[in-house]
Ligand binder design. Structure first.
Ligand code: NAD
Ligand code: TDX
Length: 332
């Protein structure tokens, strides 16, 4: 039985991974999470008690990190400040958690000779033109746009340097935009679903032409497990499910499934520096490690996600008013 230390396991993708890994492997999991505004213990209910432990703490805390890493077999590092809009207004926590936190973890993993998997994003590659026939690959040059994506790029480069200079036993994955249950209402899809539930019109930044490459969180989790099991040390793997959609199409789909007219949304102030398009070529992961996504029907995935937010209002309601108040100040 493998022991996993999952950082950021009370967040959106981390909690989905914890549920997925406990259901699909015999691993035991310790979650290390600071419980920032984005962490929620309610996302970790109903897990097998004999295989799951929660520790509240900061990945920048050397002593705590050292102890937990020493006790584990594999570190799976999800913890991050993750929201682009927040990074434009207050970048400092992004530097602390994404850079210093990652540094603290890889130092401990190096000291104790532990396997390390670093979770990152396709945003490190910058953006593509709408009509660019190329998609991001593992050899696309780094060109991040926002404080968030530049700190993620910095953390990736630290991991790469620790592999090369110190022999850290690490792999990296860069995934496209995730959707599914347990996503904070500040993010695009849950924000619009919960807006419609509350009788508020969805808010589209600019004309809604920006394209994101959507993947279900469970497909991200299966890809990460595949890389931990079969990935080559020192390699980067891009994770994506060929799910390109522009934001207007996504809002129209949400409106359709929630019984609203297709044009019942507002256009609001655009995000400064807003990346135009992300698109992932995940051929390496598919051909070298044999991974395939399973949730390829986005229409059904959105329907299921809407149902989840309808059925789990108690999970998101406490964050909703504060999140919308913040957007209102920004004119969004
Ligand atoms: P999230 O904001 O929902 O969750 C982040 C979690 O990390 C929270 O539980 C928070 O409490 C915890 N955390 C933050 N700072 C911490 C610290 N200093 N110490 C310990 N815990 C801390 O984020 P998410 O959307 O689930 O993203 C998880 C990871 O996946 C991030 O590394 C992100 O860059 C990456 N990623 C996200 C997406 C996406 O679409 N959301 C896509 C690709 C990659
Ligand atoms: O209200 C909104 N209206 C809107 O049009 C919000 C919140 C967003 N948007 C747009 C901005 C983006 O083009 O929707 C798109 C998606 O926005 P976010 O949910 O903020 O995601 P994004 O900025 O694309 O980043 C996400 O994917 C990559 C995650 O938040 C990152 O953590 C991940 O690295």
């Amino acid at each position: 039985m493998q022991k996993l230390l999952v950082t950021g396991g009370a967040g959106f993708i981390g909690s989905n991974f914890v549920h997925y890994a406990l259901a699909n492997t015999d691993s035991s999991i310790t979650v290390l999470d600071k419980l920032t505004y984005a962490g929620n213990l309610a996302s970790l209910q109903g897990l097998p008690e004999d295989r799951f432990t929660f520790v509240q703490g900061d990945i920048c805390d050397n002593g705590l990190v050292d102890t937990l890493v020493q006790e584990t077999d594999v570190v799976v590092h999800y913890a991050a400040e993750s929201h682009n809009d927040n990074s434009l207004h207050d970048p400092r926590p992004f530097l602390d958690t994404n850079i210093i936190g990652t540094y603290t973890l890889i130092e401990a993993a190096r000291k104790h000779g532990k396997r390390f998997h670093h979770i990152s994003t396709d945003e490190v590659y910058g953006d593509l033109e709408l009509d660019d026939p190329e998609r991001f690959t593992e050899s696309t040059p780094y060109n991040p746009s926002s404080p968030y994506s530049s700190t993620k790029a910095g953390s990736d480069l630290l991991v790469r340097a620790w592999v090369r200079s110190f022999g850290l036993q690490a792999t990296i994955s860069n995934c496209s935009n995730n959707y599914g249950p347990y996503q904070h209402v500040e993010k695009f899809i849950p924000r619009q679903i919960t807006n419609v539930i509350d009788g508020i019109r969805p808010k589209l930044y600019g004309a809604g032409e920006n394209v994101r490459d959507w993947i279900h969180a469970n497909d991200h989790s299966s890809a990460v497990l595949t890389i931990i099991e079969k990935g080559e040390i020192g390699q980067t793997y891009l994770i994506g499910a060929d799910g390109e959609k522009n934001n207007k199409e996504v809002v129209e789909l949400i409106l359709k499934h929630m019984g609203q007219p297709a044009d019942a949304y507002d256009q609001v102030i655009d995000r400064p520096g807003h990346d135009l398009r992300y698109a992932i070529d995940s051929s390496r992961l598919r051909t070298e490690l044999g991974w395939e996504p399973k949730f390829s029907n986005f229409d059904q995935g959105i329907e299921a996600t809407i149902a989840w937010y309808r059925e789990n209002e108690a999970w998101w309601r406490p964050q909703k008013a504060e999140t919308e108040a913040k957007y209102k100040v920004q004119g969004q």
